[in-house]
Ligand binder design. Structure first.
Ligand SMILES: [Zn+2]
Ligand SMILES: [Zn+2]
Length: 262
């Protein structure tokens, strides 16, 4: 399995996964021009994407999902409830993503040796929002974003990945003193909002298993966080567990990261 984060933040999220001969796009929230340019730079050709997975219906995740699935002839997997959303509905082939369960991503119509996607429901003000684990040939990627507060059962369901993509949205001090109006501040830090650096560290501690080699911190707020603060929180949590061997990388909004092996 190979992973490339195409962009992450409140203005759009998308990641590419090459798995078992298939190409999977996880979230498609970048504007279509940006997404198309970053897919081209990643050498994703005409009709090359096989599956699109959607975590939830907010536009910073779903904005280009329907159009990109249509262009590539990809199957779009998302919760039944958001299949009528305007950003999603034009996808010609939609499949219900189970909420808290597993599904198989068929490869050329075959289920043999296909990647398995496990989902877990996370608290967020878009019903439903899911986190993923994608597993293939003994390798695992877990992606958790847009989560209002840490939840033990989510960590349990998606435990011990080789690579973890985990939301580190805000630093509580920066949020408190930042430019957001009080109502938005309350939304971000509420149980239907996003994970702070401290809450990310709680989830990280619960998710770490012997196989973890890389953590990507994703969905950083450009106004209420810095890559340095987010990284320091993750590194401190890993150090407390004696895991100084794990690489910590912050994802960027404005450019794709290089691909890595999961
Ligand atoms: Zn959201
Ligand atoms: Zn989001």
């Amino acid at each position: 399995m190979r992973l490339q984060i195409l962009g992450s933040g409140s203005r759009g999220n998308a990641a590419l996964l090459w798995v078992g001969g298939a190409v999977v796009l996880i979230d498609a929230g970048l504007p279509i021009r940006t997404l198309t340019a970053r897919l081209e730079a990643a050498r994703i050709g005409h009709k090359a994407i096989d599956h699109v997975l959607l975590s939830h219906g907010h536009l910073d995740h779903a904005r280009s999902a329907g159009i990109i699935a249509k262009r590539h002839g990809a199957t779009l997997h998302c919760a039944a409830k958001i299949q009528l959303h305007r950003s999603v509905s034009r996808a010609p082939d939609k499949k219900d993503l189970p909420i808290g369960g597993s599904t198989v991503l068929a490869l050329n119509g075959s289920q043999t040796d296909a990647p398995i996607v496990t989902t877990a429901k996370v608290p967020h003000d878009c019903e439903p929002t899911v986190a993923f684990r994608i597993e293939h040939a003994g390798r695992r990627l877990t992606l958790i974003s847009d989560m209002g507060e840490p939840r033990e059962e989510v960590a349990k369901a998606l435990h011990d990945p080789h690579v973890l993509m985990l939301e580190a949205n805000y630093d509580p001090e920066m949020l408190k003193n930042g430019p957001y109006p009080q109502s938005l501040r309350e939304r971000v830090q509420g149980a239907g909002g996003h994970l702070s650096n401290d809450q990310m560290a709680v989830m990280l501690t619960r998710l770490v298993g012997p196989n973890l080699h890389t953590v990507f911190l994703i969905h950083l707020s450009e106004k209420n966080n810095t890559p340095e603060l987010a990284k320091a929180s993750a590194q401190a949590a890993l150090a407390r567990m004696g895991r100084t061997d794990v690489a910590v990388v912050t994802a960027l909004q404005h450019e794709a990261l290089p691909p890595i092996k999961v």
